[in-house]
Design a protein around this ligand. Structure first.
Ligand SMILES: Nc1ncnc2c1ncn2[C@@H]1O[C@H](COP(=O)(O)OP(=O)(O)OP(=O)(O)O)[C@@H](O)[C@H]1O
Ligand SMILES: [Mg+2]
Length: 410
């Protein structure tokens, strides 16, 4: 942590950008953003670090900028993890209570039983997120401690990730002289920042569409039920424009942000844009609808992949609150409308909320993960101890740290 121990730092190491957000937690429990630093990310592919040197350099620049703005010396960060190596499973465990009343020890034992499952050798548990407890066939219990009963059952969502990917993130942070307080699945962090409690209770699908990945999380009855990472994001849209418009990747990304739309019907046929050409040729005029014609089928394809995943999860019919889109690519014009068409459910754009201070500066959906990391850190900081890449088993303490979450009232 920084020299002020009330300072919280979220470091979102994304495929497109690194965002370092600094916040201060007041005695009233409010969290105020006091600084932000961002830098284009070089060194990740599809959410995973593939070049340590470039990633370290980008992190360093983002962190320096945030330190300067916040006027603090950053020593430790909450960071995210994503990529197609991530797996989510639902599991459950059953134990007999010791004294006909559920104690903390019984909860520890039942979670221990629920996490006992076959995990591939190169994967380790990242999160064990409790869904509900069942005591003597009474289900839907969130706070079991102190309740009477002889049979305690726990349902949990277990998230695992590739050890090497996690180690590389920690290595990059350690190289920048940063400790990692905790590593959080990116959509779990984003959910902290953009979802309302009543949405999580009613059932909601969160979709974080970034540059390299699309992260899915489904909530029902207040807790997480399903997680999935699809290795496709806004960069694929940019690549389609590079080919379709015959311009550079940098120009294509800028054009997409400025004039892009993914529903042809939303764009007037009269709208004209200028496409910068490569090799010193002069710019070409083009109807804006051409861009939408390129983007629409690709976004539709992305949504269809998500729809297949929802169907596989079995929760599609149960998410009464519909869908929330976040991440930088959710800003593309027509995203919400097209999603409503494809998924046939209410869809809204998710901007990060729940922080004060410089909240305006981080109100873009692009900062959902960064802001979420701060809110997550604020909630669980007591149990967070720095993790070092030099430790032989970086996940060994994950279990110890998570024990203290169970029975948490939040
Ligand atoms: N206004 C906009 N319209 C369309 N696309 C946008 C807009 N602003 C940003 N993007 C796209 O959003 C993507 C970046 O989003 P974000 O910053 O959430 O990604 P990331 O967190 O770095 O990546 P990931 O989460 O996939 O690792 C880029 O592909 C960018 O082109
Ligand atoms: Mg992201």
């Amino acid at each position: 942590m920084s020299k002020h121990d009330q300072v919280l730092v979220g470091l979102d190491i994304g495929t497109s950008k690194i965002a370092c957000i600094v916040a201060e937690a007041g005695p009233d429990g409010k969290v105020d953003v006091i600084g932000i630093g961002t830098h284009p990310s070089r060194g990740l592919r599809k959410g995973v670090v593939v070049n340590i040197e470039s990633t370290v350099e980008s992190i360093r620049l983002a962190v320096e900028e945030a330190e300067l703005m916040a006027g603090v010396d950053i020593q430790s960060v909450f960071t995210g993890i994503a990529g197609s190596h991530i797996r989510g499973y639902n599991s459950h465990g059953v134990v007999a209570t010791k004294n006909n009343e559920v104690g903390r020890e019984d909860v520890d034992r039942v979670i221990d039983a629920a996490r006992a499952m076959n995990i591939p050798a190169d994967q380790k548990i990242l999160h064990i997120l409790p869904q509900e407890y069942i005591i003597d066939n009474q289900d839907g219990i969130r706070e079991p401690i102190g309740m009477s009963g002889v049979r305690l059952e726990a349902k949990v969502h277990v998230v695992t990730g590739a050890v090497s990917s996690a180690q590389n993130i920690i290595k990059c942070c350690n190289r920048c002289d940063l400790d990692v307080s905790d590593m959080v699945l990116e959509q779990v962090a984003s959910a902290e920042a953009v979802l309302m409690q009543d949405e999580k209770d009613m059932g909601v699908v969160l979709i974080d569409i970034g540059g390299g990945t699309t992260d899915v999380a489904i909530f029902l009855n207040g807790s997480i039920r399903h997680t999935h990472v699809i290795p496709i994001g806004g960069d694929h849209l940019t690549n389609d424009l590079v080919i379709g418009l015959r311009t550079s990747a940098r120009e294509a990304d800028q054009l997409k942000r400025k004039y892009g739309a993914c529903m042809t019907s939303l764009v007037s046929p009269e709208d004209q844009i200028e496409i910068p050409s490569v090799g010193g040729r002069s710019p070409r005029p083009m109807p804006r609808q051409v861009m939408a014609q390129i983007l629409e089928p690709r976004v539709e394809e992305m949504f269809e992949m998500i729809r297949d995943e929802l169907q596989r999860s079995g929760y599609q019919e149960l998410v009464a609150a519909g869908m929330v889109l976040t991440g930088g690519s959710s800003l593309l014009e027509g995203m919400v409308e097209l999603a409503e068409d494809v998924f046939d459910m209410p869809v809204r754009l998710g901007r990060p909320v729940g922080v004060g201070g410089l909240a305006d500066v981080v109100s873009s959906p692009m900062y959902a993960t960064g802001v979420g990391l701060i809110l997550y850190g604020h909630r669980y900081r007591q149990s967070a101890q720095p993790i070092k890449s030099t430790e032989h088993n970086i996940f060994a303490r994950v279990w110890t740290r998570m024990r203290s979450w169970f029975g948490d009232t939040s």
